[in-house]
Design a protein around this ligand. Sequence first.
Ligand SMILES: Nc1ncnc2c1ncn2[C@@H]1O[C@H](COP(=O)(O)OP(=O)(O)OP(=O)(O)O)[C@@H](O)[C@H]1O
Ligand SMILES: [Mg+2]
Length: 199
Amino acid sequence: MFITLEGVDGAGKSSHLDWLKNWFELRGHRVRMTREPGGTPMGEKLRELVLHDSMHPDTEALIMFAARREHIEQVIRPALAAGEVVISDRFTDASFAYQCGGRGLSESRLAVLESWVHADLHPDATLLFDLPTEIAAQRLASAREPDRFEREKTDFHARVRAAYLRRAEQFPQRIRVIDGSRDIESVRLQLTSVLESLT
Ligand SMILES: Nc1ncnc2c1ncn2[C@@H]1O[C@H](COP(=O)(O)OP(=O)(O)OP(=O)(O)O)[C@@H](O)[C@H]1O
Ligand SMILES: [Mg+2]
């Protein structure tokens, strides 16, 4: 099973990684945790570039998919073939949300890259952590130094959020919306009910 976590910066995705891993392991699964951009040594170098260097929006999208190509080849497919549950902190929905919603690239362009890089591989389930962007920004403000995306203005994050919600409407079976504005315990209850419906 291939599961992805999505949501605006500070939505709370990473806060549940250990808990999610544990949830599957307790049920006898082997779990491979990974993330995007990144996931491979080359992908992590590309992550550094894309999070910190300024560049044309097309370059940004192409780097995301270049890193993804390696990630799929080296990590995701082998782990799925070995019967592991793969949990990726972000995947292609993030490209539609950030590069199309945030930066304004056309969805048809992104769709070309998607079908080039992974026409035949899609997440089985996507957990979309949704919350008002002001709450996410407040949480992040006290958490760490902002990267290139996190420094963007409020309307950028609002567009990213809206693009994620449009994806969820487009793929209601796959993308499960979690109310990320609630406290950690309540978010976990929602995650539990989604996970139980999957297995
Ligand atoms: N439900 C919650 N209630 C209150 N604070 C939370 C909640 N979930 C996460 N946080 C806090 O919000 C901050 C951001 O959370 P986290 O790093 O998990 O977000 P993220 O979605 O992974 O962000 P990014 O996309 O930037 O990696 C952290 O300081 C975390 O402790
Ligand atoms: Mg995170």
